[in-house]
Design a protein. Structure first.
Lengths: 360, 492
């Protein structure tokens, strides 16, 4: 496999990784108004993704950065053709990012509600935006012979974009629900399971349709196999949810995304950005790729950097692996409490939520 | 306004705004890590309170830095797609490295630091903030390496008129990058130190509880601003000498030096129309100092802007090529002279801002010597002003260096023979086919949101600052319950 192919696979993997991780962040945020009936509920839901959402979002930055690094013509054409879409996406992400951190910085209910709305809205728009962008680059955009957009500022709003948007939104919603079922205890977990169970099969449909369309345009044996796996994964998710085995359901749901995105990207190769106007205007990998030297440098950097990411991000999930209870406990096993010194014993200037309720 | 002007305003505004938040993240992060280390070493609860007080403010600002950074990753593809296509072999790789090697580390370990107290061993918890801060610094290096490549392209060969990477080591060790990074780093420390001084002086003046926290904040901050200013002068001089060789037009524009002079005087203050006829400008100058800034002696010649304009016309053309890529500017004469008002005053505002912070630092040390408290309200106001100043300095510095490289977006490298030089004009870098509507919409959206976020963030930080350490003063009522409940006010 030559480096150009390797990097196409790498970028597809980065987008997959992003959606597998940030997908449940989006989903949890979307479910805040649905499942989070009290401020305590909502805080609990946000705490379940608290330590990890920021690291998850970096997968997006890396996916985009890698696209620029390996296929700058793809980055250039895709982003400039979908200009307002990406602007909308980044505005949503900006709002969401500050909302996560600023929401708890003041004690007022109104303040918290407002920023909670920003998190939810931002996550919905971001999921739609990422989906629309990916839909565009896989199902086609109106680009001309010089790889620039033909048409006005909204020319990126194609049916393909709409399908992609719906697919990612639906995927994230169920992904978030299953994640909550995995992370929480008590009534919230039960409600999350119910949402996931009811939504799983309908939510899988846009993803399967997306994969089906790309497969029908460029059928391969691998694509067919992946499609079958995808359907099986969707059904498995639903059946595992019914059995209340949310861990297995979570894995199956991730399998659904991997298989459908896999189909989409396998059938896309070697076209990076298909043109809806004329196949002759398609942007192909070979024409968009950087030099072999740059790809080699990037391969070394990634060979070192990406496993490291998996290790320390994985460690974060391990540290915070425990289920959260309705009483705030941060979801990680406590260290054995054996103060070594008086100074240690004094070093517990911590605020207890129950003891001092006016401190948030 | 056409698409080019709008796109330039948009890039300028979003980038400068990003670099208002980022220096505070870098500088304050480092200081919080130091405070956490002191807490860890001494076990003293007042160091814990100090760490958590400043950590809270650090995190409020960190979010804004991340949020505005997202725009940066996308901007090159959005409005500057032809630039992206031209430099793609080099530039994209640097951004991707930043994400993969630095941003991931920073975000992950900061999450561990915020939520991990009591969950991971204390030494590891301390390590987390140091790792996160180290990653922020590394992040800055990659970004500055990318910008420095634009200012001084190295490590590339020209293939079919485009730069192709041949030596990543050269790009990562570009002396432009090393000096610019060092300069930006101490600039960040200046900002952080000044903020510490302002808040510390405020609380000392008010007689707030927890005096040791405020006294330490003030004095640490003060020493940092003074050391940072010394660092700024040193790295600035280093950078300046490089730039006189690499981008002579920029440096002569910084001086608004119209005609070549040997020895060349340094202008401290000038009035009159800087863009026009030099005879109309009155300037207070110090003889020979510009020669020193450029070459390290007091006699060498420094080229004037007019001579450089003629030289660049010979080397890079008198008019823009008459192709669609140049839009409205196709076929028009190229003005190689940057806007002198911006470069001249930008340069001086930058220096003044750093100096103001350092002067306040020195005064703060004096006024708090041997346990004294600041008595006058004016001290507090001065400290606040001196905390705003370095933010202005950082902005002015970047505006100076970016406006000073115009009309180029990739500046020709004079160390390379003329036939092998790479350059790219800003005028040809903009995305073709982009409509005015789109850029107006995005510009308005960014300006509006950034304005709102600035107001909210400043409001939050002021509130948190005025609150002092009361959030961390409460000690647990019930020992057992609190052992089980490590809910931080830092986390949610």
């Amino acid at each position: 496999m030559d480096l150009v192919t390797v990097w196409f696979v790498a970028i597809a993997a980065l987008w997959l990784g992003f959606l597998l991780l940030e997908g449940f962040d989006f989903g949890v945020a979307m479910l805040l108004p649905v499942l989070g009936r009290t401020p305590a509920d909502r805080s609990l839901m946000l705490r379940s993704i608290g330590p990890v959402w920021d690291g998850n979002e970096v997968w997006l930055v890396t996916a985009i950065g890698a696209t620029f690094a390996a296929f700058p013509a793809w980055y250039a054409s895709w982003l400039s053709a979908s200009y307002l879409l990406f602007v909308l996406l980044v505005v949503a992400l900006i709002g969401r990012a500050v909302a996560f951190e600023w929401r708890h910085a003041r004690h007022s209910q109104r303040w918290e509600r407002r920023w909670t709305h920003v998190i939810t809205t931002g996550s919905v728009v971001a999921a739609l935006g990422v989906g629309a962008a990916l839909g565009g680059t896989t199902l086609g955009l109106p680009i001309g012979a010089d790889n620039t957009r033909v048409g006005g500022p909204l020319a990126w709003a194609t049916w393909g974009a709409a399908l992609g948007a719906l697919a990612v939104l639906a995927f994230s919603l169920v992904h978030g629900a299953i994640f909550l079922a995995l992370k929480l205890n008590g009534p919230l977990r039960v409600r999350a399971l119910a949402v996931a169970r009811r939504a799983a099969l309908p939510a899988a449909a846009p993803l399967l349709l997306w994969a089906g369309i790309t497969h029908s345009r460029n059928g391969t044996a691998v694509g067919s196999a992946l499609l079958l796996v995808a359907v099986a994964a969707a059904v498995t998710t639903w059946s595992r949810l019914r059995a209340e085995r949310e861990g297995q359901a979570f894995l199956a749901w991730m399998g659904l995304l991997a298989a459908t995105l896999g189909t989409v990207f396998v059938t896309a190769w070697p076209v990076l950005l298909p043109s809806t106007l004329n196949a002759a205007f398609d942007l192909t990998a070979q024409s968009a790729a950087v030099s072999a030297y740059t790809l080699t440098v990037m391969t070394w950097v990634t060979a070192f950097g990406l496993p490291a990411v998996l290790v320390y991000q994985g460690w974060t999930y391990w540290v915070f692996r425990q289920r959260l209870n309705a009483t705030p406990d941060q979801g990680a096993p406590k260290l054995p409490v054996a103060p070594r010194s008086t100074a240690d014993r004094l070093d517990i200037g911590v605020v207890s939520r129950e003891a001092v309720p006016h401190i948030h | 306004m056409d698409v080019l002007d709008l796109a330039r305003w948009q890039f300028g505004i979003t980038t400068v705004y990003h670099f208002l938040a980022v220096p505070l993240t870098i500088g304050l992060g480092l200081l919080v890590a130091v405070m956490h280390t002191a807490w860890h070493r001494t076990g003293d609860p007042s160091w814990r309170r100090q760490t958590r007080f400043w950590g809270r403010i650090y995190l409020v600002n960190f979010a804004l830095g991340v949020a505005t950074g997202l725009v940066q990753e996308l901007q090159f593809g959005l409005a500057w797609s032809d630039y992206s296509r031209f430099v793609g072999d080099v530039f994209g790789a640097l951004l991707a490295m930043e994400a993969l090697l630095a941003f991931f580390v920073e975000s992950t370990f900061l999450g561990l630091w915020i939520f991990g107290e009591g969950r991971i061993p204390r030494r590891l918890h301390l390590a987390c903030i140091w790792i996160a801060v180290g990653a922020s610094v590394l992040s800055a290096y990659f970004i500055i390496a990318a910008n420095s490549w634009m200012q001084h392209p190295v490590g590339v060969a020209v293939v079919e008129g485009r730069p192709v990477l041949t030596d990543i080591g050269a790009v990562l060790t570009n002396n432009t990058a090393v000096s610019a990074f060092a300069h930006a780093f101490v600039g960040s420390m200046s900002v952080a130190g000044a903020v510490l001084v302002a808040v510390g002086i405020y609380h000392l003046h008010r007689g707030s509880a927890d005096e040791p926290v405020w006294r330490r904040s003030t004095r640490i901050g003060a020493v940092v601003t003074i050391a940072a200013f010394a660092g700024l002068l040193f790295t600035g001089d280093m950078q300046g000498k490089l730039l006189y060789g690499q981008q002579p037009m920029k440096m002569s524009a910084a001086e608004a030096l119209c005609e070549t002079r040997a020895p060349a005087p340094f202008s401290i203050f000038a009035y009159g129309p800087l863009g026009g006829d030099c005879n109309q400008v009155t300037s207070w100058t110090v003889p020979g100092v510009l020669s020193f800034l450029a070459h390290g002696d007091f006699t060498s010649s420094v080229p004037g802007v007019n001579d450089l304009q003629r030289q660049y016309q010979r080397e890079y053309g008198t008019t823009y090529p008459n192709t669609p890529a140049f839009g409205d500017l196709a076929g028009t004469p190229i003005d190689y002279t940057p806007m002198l008002e911006v470069t001249y005053w930008g340069f001086r505002v930058m220096i003044a801002g750093g100096a103001a912070a350092a002067l306040m630092g020195a005064y703060a040390l004096w006024v708090t010597r041997r346990g004294r408290l600041p008595r006058s309200r004016w001290t507090v106001l001065a400290a606040i002003g001196a905390a705003v100043a370095p933010f202005g300095a950082n902005a002015a510095g970047w505006i100076f260096t970016e406006m000073g490289r115009q009309p180029f977006v990739v500046v020709p490298n004079p160390d390379v023979p003329v036939g092998e030089r790479i350059w790219f004009f800003t005028a040809q870098a903009v995305s073709p086919g982009l409509s005015v509507t789109e850029v107006v919409l995005s510009l308005v959206a960014f300006v509006a949101i950034y304005a709102v976020l600035a107001v909210v963030e400043i409001g939050l930080i002021v509130r948190l600052a005025r609150r002092g350490t009361e959030l961390d003063q409460q000690t647990r009522g019930d020992q057992d319950a609190s052992e089980d409940d490590r809910q931080l006010a830092l986390a949610y």
